[in-house]
Design a protein around this ligand. Sequence first.
Ligand code: BDR
Ligand code: CA
Length: 310
Amino acid sequence: MTTPIILDCDPGHDDALAILLANANPAVDLLAITTVGGNQTVEKCTINARRICSVAGITDVPIATGAAEPLIGDLHIGEYVHGVSGLDGPDWGEPSVQASDESAVDLIVRLLREHPEPVTIVAVGPLTNIALVIRDHPDVVDNIREIVIMGGSTERGNDTPYAEFNIKVDPEAAAIVFAAALPVTMCGLNITHQALATPDVIERLKALDTRMGDLCVELLTFFSASYLRTWGFTSPPLHDPVALMRVIDPSVVECLPEPVAIETEGRYTRGATVVDLHHLSGERDNALVAMTLDRERFWDAMIEAVASYV
Ligand code: BDR
Ligand code: CA
């Protein structure tokens, strides 16, 4: 079975590899790529989506620009991780693939209306676009099969001690998504930190001996330096493809149903995902929370995807 998906992202090094995986893996049908301000400004994230699609030869997937700012307040960007361009490392030429004139929200709403079956949204940036769809277009919500996000954590955060970056950038949007009467799956730091691009992974990419394999090595080399400098990781976690992997093969990313609340007020904890692992609150389970990654099968699928490009 092929699952139709829309990939909402803020490329971003790990977003770039998620685009490659989404386009290459036959288990998903990539209907569109939509961008949101996060790792960099939304304008830069759209250029980066165009860059990766251009080098990968992805010419038949529309790219649409989304929200420039979170629902409340100013955008806080992830330049300290992804660099000035949002995709620092490789020497990018001028992208040949163009973006659509349609906005991300308009494109998502239109695809949800037009597609013959419900569509899965894989959201690997701040949740602003998705919250706007749910809040302003309630008539299309039934056409969403599931929302699978990279964001949050059952443990501590990365942007602040308790908040993961994607949720921290727009906590109000995350609160809308988690409160919606929709299946939501959360792939947080607790699972994406199991997807470390260790030296053996880098060797496998180099051994492909392709332009795309080398490009991925360059991306991961920049990402690795950011992770070492900021968090002391010796290998960087490839966050965003984990959410896609959950759609491609749910047995690779095992989840548990849990109550998840979004902290929107805490002086020190705004943007935290409060996951009630022991069901102490009596709240309903409103999300599937990813807990265990089959690391070997994850990397096999990721490398196979990269190998499918020249
Ligand atoms: C998330 O934030 C960004 O840096 C990554 O692209 C990922 O989506 C990890 O916290
Ligand atoms: Ca991202």
